[in-house]
Design a protein around this ligand. Structure first.
Ligand SMILES: [Ca+2]
Length: 628
């Protein structure tokens, strides 16, 4: 709390001073303000909060019993005095005490793609957020765009929400391809608690039910399809229709920038209402087609000329230095090629079925692949640049202190489908609100040479980067998006909320899941999660609030489950039981072997039996297919 201008709600003494034209604030203003805000926010939790503060103060000041007692008494006296003081104020104004909520979702961003998670990619704004917030080391998504988004928006497992697979209706209750009447979104719940709600970016949880039918007051982005051409403005739609939207001159549109432009417009609208706001910014970056502004990818081609083997080693070394991963963590072997048929057709197939050693590739192939990764990195830097714009906007309005910011990715880096990547054709006649939705396994690969290299990632260039680079972006874990091994479901998670936590720059090592975001926001907003909505019974939320982590409380053991495309897993304490579609159960001790290299299934058959029973019971309860 170094910047007093970030305060949201001045105490009376400051208000009076401001009325008199005085800008001076007492040195302890920040601390007093924090105490005051928390007391007004959390009347229900006040006793526990006061005790927590007393303990925190006493630990900071020393260990003697006398000091602890003194601090305890002091805090009790101050808290009692402030309680009396606040009791005399008008009823708590929810428009100022509830936190704003900014949820930022990246698309297909790997576990190690941020600087603060070990990357060489420049992400200074997210790194700064991490430095004054908390990074989670074991936070999980649902390994694919649609299931992760359905789960994080509803607080349910994807199949409970109706989106166990993609956005097509497969008929079965867990695989309807859209959010079902038995769930509500975070936007719906926070709206019922007085929030203004808005979304910008990628929806992908139901083609026929846009965000504005699910609690969002405003929307800009695309409802259908997995991605847009970032250089093509005609794919974006504004909802409700006829609301104001920005127009861009020819050549001025870039999707990540435009999503941010509209997100900032929505914030301006929300501020006019004086209500707290919930903003969901779902960037499509860095999902393919990989595209980047030239300014964002400067210097990257030379970096990636080193190749994926060197980058993997460098990232792991940085992760160890940061304290993100254990010092004895070993790098997994090069990842396997997901689709050997495509690999055979494109000429990338290897004898062992794994990604090839970088140095085994011809020079022209290395130049093409280095440029693909440079564009990807530029797209990540461009997203970070735009997050910096959002943060600057919050700061300029004094909203940083009491805005709960959460950043994460919806799945691990994307290996579709082999090491060389593919090249799509631009959509000639876009439909507003509809992005690209075509299949990709049949797409060709173009080997760019000479002058063509410089055009990669620019207008008309719609490419992916393949399994070799995806492997590097998930360093040091195994496998990729689609799979439920650690490389598929592990995401960076940054939580930033100065009014809500004293922890700064720390790692939190508890296991968490995107189902936790609903519970987190419900608690932070003092909202009520409904039992019914629109005449439909609503399933109880499955997750746990992350606020105990912000308060520094220990996490009790928990069990979490996954299924996607027949890949399945259960995490119970430190045990993880995981299987590929059609494959046998593998058992890992995540505490000592998060790289999933030492399969303990044979040594612990009892654990395998117990956890597989739990997985089957979960599958039965949550409409999950039990495929062989
Ligand atoms: Ca995704």
């Amino acid at each position: 709390m170094s910047n007093p201008t970030e305060m949201t709600t001045p105490p009376l003494v400051v208000k009076v001073g401001e009325r008199l034209g005085l800008s001076w604030r007492p040195p302890i203003y920040s601390q007093v303000h924090s105490v005051w805000t928390r007391l007004r926010q959390g009347r229900r939790n006040r006793p526990r909060w006061v005790i927590n503060l007393a303990v925190a103060v006493s630990l900071k000041e020393g260990n003697t019993a006398l000091r602890k007692l003194t601090c305890l008494l002091c805090v009790a006296v101050i808290a009692t005095a402030m309680q009396v003081w606040t009791h005399d104020l008008p009823a708590a104004d929810t428009t100022t005490t509830k936190p704003n909520v900014l949820l930022i979702l990246a698309d297909d961003l790997g576990f190690s793609d941020l600087g603060c998670y070990g990357s060489e990619i420049a992400t200074p704004n997210l790194d700064a957020l991490a430095q004054s917030g908390i990074r989670f080391t074991q936070f999980y998504n649902c390994s694919r765009c649609c299931p992760s988004r359905a789960s994080l928006l509803t607080g349910l497992y994807p199949h409970q929400a109706g989106v166990g697979s993609m956005s097509s209706d497969e008929g079965r209750p867990g695989y309807r391809g859209s959010l079902q009447p038995r769930c509500v979104t975070i936007a719906q719940v926070l709206k019922s608690a007085g929030y203004q709600t808005a979304m910008a970016g990628k929806w992908h949880v139901g083609d026929r039910q846009p965000p504005t039918d699910r609690g969002f007051d405003d929307f800009y982005g695309f409802v259908r399809g997995y991605a847009v051409d970032s250089w093509e403005p005609r794919m974006m739609v504004r909802l409700p229709e006829n609301r104001p939207r920005r127009s861009y001159k020819s050549g001025q549109f870039f999707a990540t920038d435009a999503i941010t432009d509209h997100a900032m417009d929505f914030l301006a609208n929300a501020r006019n209402t004086k209500a707290p706001w919930f903003l969901y910014v779902a960037y499509q970056a860095p999902h393919f087609p990989l595209q980047s502004k030239a300014e964002d990818m400067q210097g990257y081609p030379a970096v990636y000329a080193r190749g994926w083997d060197a980058i993997r080693q460098q990232r792991l070394a940085r992760q160890k230095k940061l304290g993100l991963t254990a010092a004895d963590t070993t790098l997994t072997p090069r990842g396997r090629i997901p689709n050997l048929d495509v690999s055979q057709r494109l000429g990338s197939r290897t004898a062992d079925g794994g990604n090839p050693p970088w140095n085994s590739l011809p020079a022209d192939r290395r130049a093409d692949l280095a440029q693909r990764m440079a564009v990807y990195a530029g797209e990540v830097t461009g997203m970070d640049r735009n997050i910096g714009r959002l943060i600057a906007e919050l700061r300029s309005h004094g909203e940083m202190q009491n805005t709960l910011i959460v950043f994460l990715s919806d799945n691990g880096a994307c290996a579709e489908w082999e090491p060389f990547g593919f090249d799509l054709q631009p959509v000639a006649h876009p439909t507003p609100g509809t992005g690209i939705n075509g299949g990709t396994p049949g797409a060709p690969n173009i080997l760019h040479r000479g002058d063509a290299l410089a055009g990669m990632g620019g207008p008309g260039s719609l490419m992916s980067y393949g399994s070799g680079w995806a492997n590097a972006c998930n360093t040091p874990w195994r496998l990729y998006k689609h799979y439920v091994h650690e490389g598929g479901i592990s995401t960076p998670l940054i939580v930033h909320w100065p009014s809500g936590t004293a922890r700064k720059g720390e790692f939190d090592r508890r296991a968490g899941h995107v189902i936790d975001l609903m519970a987190t926001f419900v608690e932070a907003a003092n909202a009520t999660y409904p039992q019914t909505a629109g005449g439909n019974a609503i399933l109880p939320m499955e997750g746990r609030s992350l606020l105990p982590a912000l308060r520094g409380e220990l996490a009790p053991p928990r069990t979490m489950f996954w299924e996607h495309e027949g890949n399945r897993a259960v995490r119970a304490g430190n045990w993880k039981l995981v299987a590929l579609h059609g494959g046998p159960w593998e058992l890992y001790d995540i505490e000592t072997d998060r790289t999933e290299l030492k399969n303990l299934a044979r040594q612990h058959e009892d654990v395998v039996a117990r956890l597989s029973d739990q997985w089957n019971a979960w599958a039965e309860r949550c409409w999950v297919d039990r495929r062989p």
